[in-house]
Design a protein around this ligand. Structure first.
Ligand code: S3P
Length: 163
């Protein structure tokens, strides 16, 4: 089976849903953020602090294009769609956009201390969500509005799309 990519903003549930979805479909699971941390031998927070966002995006691009075409559920970082080359690479693949509204995201990330972009005071995160929504939708083969759904219902919807 073709790999399934989960995209969406920080806090949209890509890793949580992805791990469970992989288990249900007997597929392998990769989280691109986790792969980056393994390869760089550093936490994402540290990569941003020591090397900056551009260096992180370079690693992220490489990890993305190295992901297997078959047999995997792949949870991506929320900024994966920022680079045009990533959007092009994702086009025509099985890409599910977990669309989540601002209020839900704010609640979920209230106690987060691992996401540098979320804590960057120079950025308006609500505007960032709005700008990115266009890009997520552009590469998505399916969009699931997650706010009112349980994890189980989201997983069932994705399974019904591809299996
Ligand atoms: C980022 C989202 C993070 C991680 C990095 C940058 C972003 O992933 O890739 O902190 O630009 O939105 P999650 O979406 O898993 O939080």
């Amino acid at each position: 089976m073709n790999s399934i990519f989960l995209i969406g903003f920080m806090g949209s549930g890509k890793s949580t849903i992805g791990r469970q979805l992989a288990e249900r479909l007997a597929l392998e699971f990769i989280d691109t953020d986790h792969q980056i941390e393994i390869q760089a031998k550093k936490k994402i927070k540290t990569i941003f602090a020591e090397e900056g966002e551009e260096a992180f995006r370079n690693l992220e691009h490489q990890v993305l294009i190295d992901t297997p075409n078959q047999g995997y559920v792949i949870a991506t970082g929320g900024g994966i769609i920022e680079r045009e080359e990533n959007r092009t690479w994702l086009t025509n693949k099985h890409v599910v956009y977990l669309k989540t509204n601002w209020e839900t995201i704010k609640k979920r990330l209230a106690n987060d201390d691992s996401r540098p972009i979320w804590h960057d005071q120079s950025r308006n995160k609500q505007d960032l969500l709005m700008q990115r929504e266009v890009k997520y939708a552009q590469v998505a083969s399916q969009i699931i509005e997650t706010d009112k759904l349980t994890e189980e219902a989201i997983i069932e919807q994705i399974i019904s799309l591809f299996v």
